[in-house]
Ligand binder design. Structure first.
Ligand code: 5GP
Length: 256
């Protein structure tokens, strides 16, 4: 009887051991499967051929050639003439952009660059940018003009965004256009006209080099001053026709 009991008992134990072995095998195989699945997920998500959402390749130019920069300064009153699209602004000459340009009159634009516009990188100079290079348009973000200028022009300078924006701010500081024009009695007025040459002469004399001016609204209103700057950021004579977009007599308008 006791022997039978022992036999029964060892049979039960054997089955139990068999069951445990099976359970262990199932857990082990499951674990291996999960591991393989996780590893393949990591590999696939790191491979460039699988990106979701798919990367859209932007059209960009690899023709980075340019000879010099144009520092373009704009008169906000003209920009905002007849437009209720503008935010409040200070009536002073502001930065429009720093544009790589070629001697033949063409210019590179929208160049391929690994340097994407990132406002975080500009935090140390953000206040200065807001003051000297502001967005003027309603319903546009503070950084919208900077983003546009970097993408269209800055990318072709083959610099980094901080360097591009900081250099432009530093250059701008050298040209106190408002003060120079005022000193020579060229005052913003909606009743007076000035010859384009007189405006060019005042600024060119102060800088020591020829500049260009541009006009808008039927060539009547002074809109922009272009200063030509070499790749080493030294000013030199602009070679283009200096005022082809302006009438002989132009208005330097005021909003006051
Ligand atoms: P550009 O392409 O000649 O460097 O600059 C002209 C472009 O800048 C135009 O598309 C014009 O709409 C845009 N723009 C001009 N002023 C402003 C501005 O104050 N804010 C923004 N966001 N865009 C501007």
């Amino acid at each position: 009887m006791a022997d039978n009991f022992i036999l029964l008992d060892s049979g039960y134990e054997q089955r139990q051991r068999e069951k445990n072995r099976m359970l262990f095998r199932v857990i082990f195989i499951g674990f291996v499967f999960i591991l393989i699945f996780l590893i393949s997920l990591i590999v696939v998500s790191n491979s460039s051929s699988y990106v979701y959402p798919p990367k859209i390749k932007q059209n960009c130019s690899k023709d980075y050639n340019f000879d010099y920069y144009i520092l373009a300064l704009r008169w906000p009153v003209t920009e905002c003439l007849s437009k209720d699209k503008c935010l409040k602004y200070n009536q002073e000459w502001l930065i429009h952009g720093l544009w790589p340009n070629r001697n033949d009159g063409t210019y590179p634009q929208n160049c391929c660059s690994d340097e994407k516009f990132d406002l975080k990188e500009l935090i140390p100079i953000e206040n200065q940018l807001k003051e000297d290079w502001p967005n003027l348009l309603k319903n546009h973000a503070d950084d919208s003009l900077w983003r546009h200028e970097w993408t269209k022009h800055g990318t072709c300078s083959r610099t980094k965004p901080f360097q591009y924006f900081n250099t432009t701010l530093e250059l701008y500081k050298k040209f106190t256009i408002d003060k120079w024009l005022k000193q020579e009695n060229v005052i913003p007025s909606n009743d007076k006209t000035y010859s384009g040459d007189s405006i060019i002469n005042v600024i060119s004399k102060k800088i020591g080099f020829n500049i260009e001016i541009e006009c808008e609204n039927n060539k009547e209103y002074l809109s922009q001053i272009n200063i030509c700057v070499g790749k080493n950021f030294n000013v030199f004579d602009c070679q283009k026709e200096h005022k082809s977009s302006c009438n002989n007599q132009i208005i330097y308008p005021t909003n006051k």
